[in-house]
Design a protein around this ligand. Structure first.
Ligand code: PGA
Length: 259
């Protein structure tokens, strides 16, 4: 299994340009492409307003730029929207789609996630496609069905080449911003389910698709999560807003496994 690890910082609606440049610079200066021999890719997803200057600041570094959302049309009269090509133009390599905050607060559907993911791939970028169940769905025994339907619709029409260039993020909604991380067993169970689904649909490519965990990832729980066979990285929210904390997560091999 040769999937390189990927740690992504999702800054959400935080950071001015000046604050973002300071944080990005600290991350850039302290990030090496490998940690104890394992290849670790790092990406940060600032708000739209800070993408261009931060992209410039990251040039020549190993830290990749990511956006938090985009629209699926290439251009047109869509006031307030930003296309995947525009994000490529400012240096993005990844775009997050289907984050539960967008699903819950902005009505993003699986069909929209699918259109966005395809537009992102068409622009030469990699979508980070988020899936995850609510607490109510988990309690009602609907977790597996929910994850599978999000994948089936979100990845509708994907070829194995498209899947290869995509990243999946499992983010249980009940763990986002709550301090309530999934146990390592819960994370592994869903990551394995996602990989099995990808395998059933698209074959061997499933082995090379990176599946990230997101939801209250912190320096003290990252090592336990990363030790799971199907956890290939993390999508980090709150803990990505401070350089020291985020860098401790990136250097998870040195962090204590307490979770
Ligand atoms: P959190 O957010 O790390 O603050 O829980 C994760 C996310 O929303 O991607």
């Amino acid at each position: 299994m040769s999937r390189s690890a990927l740690i992504v910082g999702n800054w959400k609606m935080y950071k001015t340009v000046a604050e973002g440049l300071e944080l990005a610079t600290a991350i850039k200066n302290a990030t090496a492409p490998t940690v104890r021999g394992r290849e670790i890719a790092v990406a940060i997803a600032p708000p739209f307003t800070a993408l261009y200057p931060i992209g410039k600041r990251l040039e020549g570094s190993t830290v990749a730029l990511a956006a938090q959302d985009c629209f699926w049309e290439a251009q047109g009269a869509f006031t307030g929207e930003v296309s995947a090509a525009m994000l490529a133009d400012v240096g993005c390599r990844f775009v997050i789609v289907g984050h539960s905050e967008r699903r819950q607060q902005f009505g993003e559907t699986d069909a929209a996630v699918n259109l966005k993911a395809k537009a992102i791939l068409k622009a030469g970028l990699s979508p980070i496609i988020c899936v995850g169940e609510t607490e109510k769905e988990r309690d009602a025994g609907e977790m597996r069905g929910r994850i599978i339907s999000q994948l089936a619709e979100g990845l509708f029409g994907f070829t194995s080449e498209m899947a290869q260039r995509s990243v999946i993020a499992y983010e249980p909604v009940w763990a986002i911003g709550t301090g309530r991380v999934a146990t390592t067993e819960q994370a592994q169970e869903v990551h394995a389910l996602i990989r099995q689904y990808l395998h059933a649909q698209l074959g061997e490519v499933a082995q090379s698709v990176r599946i990230l965990y997101g939801g209250s990832v912190k320096p003290n729980n990252i090592a336990g999560l990363m030790a799971q066979p199907d956890v290939d990285g993390a999508l980090v929210g709150g803990a990505s807003l401070r350089a020291e904390e985020f860098l401790q997560i990136v250097r998870f091999h040195e962090a204590p496994a307490t979770s």
